[in-house]
Each structure stands twice: as structure tokens, then as C-alpha cells.
Design a protein around this ligand. Structure first.
Ligand code: DUT
Ligand code: MG
Length: 589
């Protein structure tokens, strides 16, 4: 597990707090009200025992009934006021915390949406999910539980101590005598619990990834008859989880009674000493004092027990914040400085001496140059890993190239406004990704400009209308997670429609290699022909029919262009293409 540390290594990183304050600023009125409320809460509590002591010594002991009623009224008023303050405090701190979480989460997601794909290649998905969900949750505790509460607790302790010393310093010292014992046992407990919690966290994360991975891969588990083995593994992991949890429960079950006993011991000492003083008529000790002190002991043991917790919460919140800020600071965005927004394209594509590497200097495309005239089609063929899909990734700027130029309509693609560029290039990827939503939403991706009529038109065009109409609910049919309820071929057809609804001038198609039944195969083949018709198309072809129909074929090998020409010419040439053809397609014919 990643070691959790604040960026500067300080116990509390003020740099991070300062930056968090930026998010508080828009709600500074609420924030400052909260501070005032915290102060009030810290001060109001300790006033009550003082009033009680005053009432007993100055009114009860001398039989002043009217005076007592006055004090009782003040106490009731104070209680009501305190209740209101507490209500406002809890509500506002919750409100502030949640509002800030929302702001940061939205901002973070916006940032993630604009990061380039290179970033996602490097960053595990799980980490991004953690940032966006649990780290932000932890961060909110800085507001709701950490900072304000910590300040309130400290203030309350100081205030109580002040009042106590003011009232009676001897009783104060006796009350404090058991404090070191409490602090010591709290310290031991915290250390133990920290360790146990770490184990629990690890166990939970093991449990999560096990369940996630094995439910996803259930078919493999069942195909290879490993249910029993998996079951046993799962039981073991669960056992770890249980043990870790019970250990932490054990520490709690010891600590709480011990803390109670220490507190009771403190009260006992106080009562013993105080009562003795009262019986011996020591003028320094009054009954009122004694009763007030018993109340104070209970009042200040609680925040002392909580302080370590609050401190932890605060620190964890700061760690989470600094991680979120680190992600927000990542500058892996695709530069979108272009301003060229043509009304329509003719669809002329040119690659000129293009070099490209996913990672430093490890070139997967080397000096690639080719042209596709408007309305013409280019088929790219080559062995797996040759760099075919990479070419596609460059055209609509999923990745920016290292060297060379890519032109569309004789203009460098960097000069286009990114949105306009992508709008004009229809892309069908090798792996079709569907969201767990209706077919309609999967095609429009939420764009309200794409009407149902437009979708059905496109569906008609690619020949998928019948298949959609046959589904229960038609366009409303829910495809479930990643399109689980559709066949591979059906998913491809949907991705064709998705590319077609924008009626792009350029179409880029990464043919899927997976085989489908003959009926669907025919559907897909004719759909591809329709897709390409009248458009400039670049197709990474696996189907012989697509290759043969292309105006030109480019053979790619290890990132280099080996041959270019049409089917007949390349066969005659007896080179790479011929070899590929012999290996992959001969038996088909
Ligand atoms: N590669 C990466 N990172 C990526 C994608 C690919 O390093 O995100 C590497 C793997 C491979 C080379 O780039 O060595 C070319 O990959 P590409 O996906 O372009 O190959 P392909 O020709 O499309 O192969 P296939 O026919 O298997 O789809
Ligand atoms: Mg590929």
C-alpha cells in the first residue's frame, strides 16, 4: 500500500490548508459564522458548572429561594441558546463540507475529462476512482470534523482549565492528577489501533479487488472448474479481514472501560479530598465548588480523549487534499490552441514524415507518409503490434505526434479547434465500449442535437434498423454494463451508428478481429461499405472484402510502411502483402 505522507513532511501542512481555503472563500460568510459558533460552543458548556457552583454556595446554602430561581432561569436560557448554537453549528459545518466536496469533485472531474490519453495509460483507473470518491470524502472531514472541532476542543480545554484555576486551584490540581494516566493509556491505545486499522484497510482492499476481479472473470473461473479453489481463497481472505477487525474491536473494548475507570478514579479522589475539606470546614472548599468540579472532570476528559482522533482525521484529510491537488496540478492536457473552424471539410488527409512514440523515443511509428484523396479509401494491413491502431489515435489527436505533420485539407491538425476536428472524424475503435445505458444514450452520448429520427436514419443506412427494432423497447433498450446483453456484432453495429450520426467527412475504422455469425457478418460488411461510401476513409482492415474494395492498401510492419498499392498490384509484387495474404486469407477463398 502507498505510504501516506503529507507533501512537506510537516505534521500539518499549512500550504495545503491555505489552498483549501481557496475553496472556502466563496462561502466565507458561512465559514466565519462557523468560527464564531465554534467559539460560542467552546465557551457556553463550561459556564454551566460555574453557575451551578454559584447557585449552591450563594443561594442554596443561605436559603435564598428567589436568587436560586433567577440562576435556574439563566441556566435554562443558556441551555436553549446552546441547543440553537449546536444546531446551527452541526448544520452549517455539514453544509460547508458537502458544498466544498461537490465543488472540488466537479472541478476534479472536469480536469480529468481534459487530460490526454497518455496520462490514462500511465495511471491506474483505481487510483483515479479513489481520488474522485474516497479521497474527497476524507477531505471533507477536514471541515466537518477536523479543523473546527479540533480548535473547539482545544479552546474548551483551555477555558475549562482557566475557570477551574480561578475557582479553586487545589481542587484543580487534584482533578488533573489522573490526567497523565489517561493520556498515557490513550497514547498506547492510539498506536495499537492505528496498526490494526492499517491491517483492516489492507484486508478490505484485498477483499475488494478479489471480488471485483473474480466476478468479472467468472466465466474463466467456471470454465476451468476452479470454483472450489476460489471459494477457499475467498474464505482465507475473509478470515484475514475478520481477524483484523476483531483485533481493532478488542482494543476498543479494553480502552473504553479503562478510560472510564481512570475518570472515575479522578472523581473519587476529588470527592474524597473535597468532602474531607468541607467536613473539616476548610474555607477554601465549598460544596458548590466540589459539584462544579465533578462536572468539569467529565467535561474535559472527553475532548482530551477525542483530540488524538481529531488530529488523525485532520491529517488524513490533508494527505487526501494534497493528493487531489497533485492530480489537479498535472498538466497532461491536449493543447487546444487551434482556432480554425471550417464550415465543412473536403476530407483530404495527409501524413508527412510522422514519428510517434507512446513512451520516450520508443518509436512505434517511424517516418510515416501517405495521402488519402477526398472520398477515397485507404486500408492499412499488418501484423499485430505493427502500429495500425496507433495511426488512428493520431488523426483526431488522442495523442500528439513527436515529429512530422498531419494535414487535413492541407491544414495542420494542430491548427483546428479540437472539438471541430473531432466532430469531422468519425471513429470506430477496435474494442467497442458501451456505457450501461439505453441504446439511444450510447449513440448520442447525451448530445441533444442528435434526434431519434437522425439515429434511425443512420441505423437504416448501416442496416441496423431491424436489429434495433427487434429489441424490447427499441432505442430505450438498456444494454447493461459494457453492453453485456448484446452480441459482439450488435455492439459493433451500434458503434457504427455512433460514428455515423454526425455524418463525418472522414471515417476511421479499426475493424474488430472477433468473428461473428454469418448473418451479422454480412450485415457488418455491408454496413462498412455504406460507412465508407462518399467519405474519406482509413480502415484498419482484417476482412479480405474490405481490403479488396479499398482504393489503396498500405502494409505496415514494425511501425514502417513496407508497401503501398492496390490488391492486384501488391499480389503481383510478391512481397510483404503477398506473404500476409498467403498466411491469413488463402484458405478462405
Ligand atoms: N502501444 C503502446 N501503448 C499503447 C498502445 C500501443 O505502447 O497505448 C504499443 C504496442 C505495440 C505498438 O504500440 O508495440 C503498436 O500498437 P498498435 O495498437 O498500434 O498495434 P496494431 O497494429 O493496432 O495491433 P493489432 O492488430 O493487434 O490491433
Ligand atoms: Mg489495433
Amino acid at each position: 500500500m502507498e505510504q501516506e505522507k503529507t507533501t512537506s513532511g510537516n505534521i500539518i501542512d499549512f500550504q495545503v490548508l491555505k489552498r483549501l481555503y481557496q475553496y472556502v472563500k466563496p462561502y466565507s460568510l458561512v465559514f466565519y459564522s462557523l468560527i464564531v459558533l465554534t467559539l460560542l460552543t467552546a465557551v457556553l458548556g463550561p459556564v454551566k458548572p460555574y453557575l451551578v457552583s454559584f447557585a449552591i454556595d450563594d443561594y442554596v446554602s443561605v436559603g435564598n429561594y428567589l436568587g436560586l430561581v433567577k440562576i435556574i432561569n439563566i441556566l435554562i436560557g443558556l441551555l436553549v441558546f446552546q441547543a440553537i448554537v449546536q444546531y446551527a453549528h452541526t448544520y452549517l459545518s455539514g453544509w460547508l463540507g458537502q458544498t466544498i466536496i461537490k465543488d472540488i469533485r466537479v472541478r476534479l472531474y472536469r480536469h480529468i475529462l481534459n487530460l490526454n490519453l497518455r496520462f490514462f495509460d500511465r495511471t491506474p483507473i483505481g487510483r483515479l476512482v479513489t481520488r474522485n470518491v474516497s479521497d474527497i470524502e476524507t477531505l471533507s472531514q477536514v471541515f466537518s470534523e477536523g479543523l473546527a472541532a479540533l480548535a473547539g476542543d482545544i479552546l474548551q480545554i483551555v477555558f475549562i482549565l482557566g475557570l477551574m484555576f480561578y475557582m479553586n486551584w487545589k481542587l484543580t490540581l487534584i482533578s488533573l492528577s489522573t490526567l497523565p494516566l489517561l493520556m498515557f493509556s490513550t497514547y498506547i491505545f492510539k498506536e495499537k489501533v492505528k496498526f490494526a486499522f492499517n491491517e483492516v484497510r489492507n484486508a478490505v482492499s484485498n477483499l475488494n479487488s478479489f471480488v471485483q476481479e473474480h466476478v468479472t472473470g467468472m466465466s474463466i473461473v467456471q470454465i476451468f472448474n476452479s470454483e472450489e479453489r476460489e471459494y477457499k481463497k475467498f474464505k482465507d481472505i475473509n478470515d484475514e479481514h475478520r481477524k483484523a477487525n476483531i483485533r481493532s474491536v478488542m482494543y476498543y473494548s479494553v480502552y473504553y472501560p479503562v478510560a472510564e475507570v481512570i475518570q472515575a478514579l479522578g472523581i473519587g479522589l476529588l470527592v474524597w479530598w473535597g468532602a474531607k475539606g468541607i467536613i473539616q470546614e476548610d474555607p477554601a472548599i465549598t460544596l458548590g465548588n466540589l459539584i462544579a468540579f465533578i462536572m468539569y472532570i467529565q467535561m474535559f476528559f472527553r475532548p482530551i480523549r477525542m483530540i488524538a482522533d481529531r488530529f488523525n482525521t485532520l491529517q488524513m484529510g490533508i494527505v487526501s487534499s494534497s493528493r487531489i491537488f497533485k492530480l489537479l496540478d498535472s498538466r497532461d492536457q491536449i493543447p487546444n490552441n487551434g482556432s480554425y473552424k471550417p464550415d465543412h471539410l473536403t476530407g483530404d488527409v495527409e501524413f508527412k514524415n510522422v514519428w510517434f512514440a507512446y513512451e520516450e523515443r520508443n518509436y512505434v511509428l517511424k517516418d510515416i507518409s501517405f495521402k488519402v484523396q477526398p472520398g477515397k479509401s485507404l486500408a492499412i494491413v499488418g501484423a499485430t503490434g505493427a502500429g495500425k491502431s496507433s495511426i488512428i489515435n493520431l488523426l483526431n489527436r488522442f495523442y500528439d505526434i513527436n515529429r512530422g505533420h498531419i494535414y487535413i485539407d492541407k491544414k495542420d491538425i494542430g491548427e483546428y479547434e479540437l472539438e471541430r476536428l473531432r466532430e469531422n472524424i468519425g471513429v470506430v475503435l477496435q474494442d467497442v465500449f458501451l456505457f450501461s445505458d439505453s441504446i439511444e444514450k450510447n449513440i448520442t452520448l447525451g448530445n441533444p442535437d442528435i434526434t431519434r429520427e437522425k439515429i434511425m436514419e443512420a441505423a437504416e443506412l448501416v442496416g441496423a434498423r431491424k436489429f434495433i427494432e427487434r429489441l424490447p423497447g427499441g432505442l430505450n433498450y438498456d444494454v447493461k454494463e459494457r453492453g453485456a446483453t448484446l452480441s459482439v456484432g450488435q455492439r459493433q453495429l451500434i458503434s457504427f451508428i455512433r460514428a455515423m450520426v454526425y455524418d463525418p467527412k472522414i471515417i476511421v475504422l479499426d475493424e474488430a478481429t472477433s468473428s461473428v455469425d454469418t448473418e451479422t457478418e454480412e450485415l457488418i460488411q455491408s454496413a462498412i461499405e455504406k460507412l465508407m461510401k462518399g467519405r474519406t476513409s482509413i480502415v484498419i482492415a482484417h476482412r479480405l472484402s474490405t481490403i479488396q474494395n479499398a482504393d489503396s492498401i498500405m502494409v505496415l510492419d514494425h511501425g514502417e510502411i513496407k508497401e503501398v498499392g492496390n490488391h492486384q498490384k501488391l499480389l503481383e509484387k510478391d512481397g510483404f502483402y503477398r506473404q500476409l495474404y498467403n498466411m491469413q486469407y488463402k484458405e478462405v477463398i
